[in-house]
Design a protein around this ligand. Structure first.
Ligand code: ADP
Length: 344
């Protein structure tokens, strides 16, 4: 059991900068919870308060039902993995992993057994005698992970651990982390500004903005049922098209109070005159074209402003081409004037 609860948590730094205001969050035992949001929204501060590296100004932090506010970081049964690895450069990989175990007075034979086991798990068995400088970025990150894992904590906290890796390695490490989480069955709390990373790894996403939780849900719910325009546009690339209701010029009838209508670029299709599905339709002219491989992103000039369309690459249009497009009504999202989601 390692459920983490933040109750009415506030954080004000010494410079009177209030970064977190009344945060209420329950991180479920065994979840892979990703805190995501724009830079400066308070993700790291939240993580550091859980770790005990930052004081909580007011409110309460509970781990497994126990108040942790005053508990020293080393007694929280937590391991933290940072972006910059924080390895000891003069020690070997083995030495780096062993360090915490020696401090914890684990006997030699048990240390050796644990190091072998963990090194195997993260694919470092061949490299135990090397120095960090002899390793690639991905291998160093594995050492940092191994060092955290060897203490068998109940909770892993990770602050942008993959951001120093190149794109290919990052993808590999993402699937490794998913696998690791599955094997360890521990609670992972992971901070990133990258929504793709959040969607791909999380069992639970906490989307933050300006110190406030905008939505806390499973990835598929966050993506398919965003609770507000901020979430709708932060998650998914390119971002959801959001059009003021009046710009539809009476083309569709909506419930009173609908101020904005949204639809994902992938839901914009070439108009099919034989369609029997309820839909909206409009004209577009190609402004830009961005080839992604299997898909192409077009930006279209339309009577409602610029609209993004994500099409499979067999739909091959040229700049300035004119076309009719449609969006099925079931793919529309509706928002009120406060930018909160509502029924259409
Ligand atoms: P994120 O991780 O989402 O990028 P942070 O939690 O690092 O955001 O920072 C949130 C806000 O708190 C930022 O405005 C940042 O400038 C401020 N902040 C972070 N650390 C300190 C500090 N030690 N003193 C004062 N302000 C800080």
């Amino acid at each position: 059991m390692s459920e983490i609860i933040l109750k009415n948590v506030c954080k004000t730094y010494e410079n009177k900068n209030t970064v977190i205001e009344n945060l209420n969050l329950t991180i479920q035992d065994g979840s892979f919870t990703v805190l995501v949001g724009p830079s400066g929204c308070g993700k790291s501060t939240t993580l550091r308060m859980i770790a005990g590296l930052e004081d909580i100004s007011s409110g309460e932090l509970l781990i497994d039902g126990q108040r942790m506010n005053e508990v020293d970081p080393v007694h929280r049964d937590i391991a933290m993995v940072f972006q910059n690895y924080a390895l000891y450069p003069t020690m070997s990989v083995r030495g780096n992993i062993e360090f915490g175990l020696i401090n914890a007075k684990v006997p030699k034979a048990e240390r050796d057994r644990l190091i072998e086991e963990i090194a195997q798990m993260v694919g470092l068995s061949e490299h135990l005698n090397k120095k960090p400088s002899q390793l690639s970025g991905g291998q160093r990150q594995r050492v940092a992970l191994a060092r955290a894992m060897v203490k068998k904590p109940k909770v892993f906290l990770m602050d942008e651990p993959l951001s120093n890796l190149d794109a290919k390695l990052r993808n590999k490490m993402r699937s490794d982390l998913i696998e690791l989480h599955h094997k360890l069955k521990a609670t992972f709390v992971y901070v990133t500004h990258d929504q793709v990373e959040a969607l791909s790894m999380a069992t639970d996403i906490v989307l933050m903005n300006k110190g406030v939780i905008m939505q806390h849900d499973k990835p598929s719910i966050i993506y398919n049922q965003p609770k507000n325009i901020f979430t709708a546009q932060f998650i998914g690339t390119p971002e959801m098209n959001i059009i003021p209701q009046e710009d539809f010029k009476g083309q569709i009838e909506v419930t009173e109070g609908v101020a904005f209508i949204g639809f994902r670029p992938s839901k914009v299709k070439m108009y099919d005159p034989n369609t029997t599905k309820s839909h909206i339709t409009f004209k577009g002219q190609v402004l830009t074209k961005e080839m992604l491989g299997s898909e192409i992103i077009y930006r279209l000039a339309t009577p409602m402003g610029v609209v993004s369309m994500k099409a499979f690459s067999d739909i091959d249009l040229a700049l300035d081409d004119e076309l009719d497009v449609m969006v099925e009504r079931k793919n529309l999202h509706y928002f009120d004037e406060n930018k909160e989601a509502m029924e259409g």
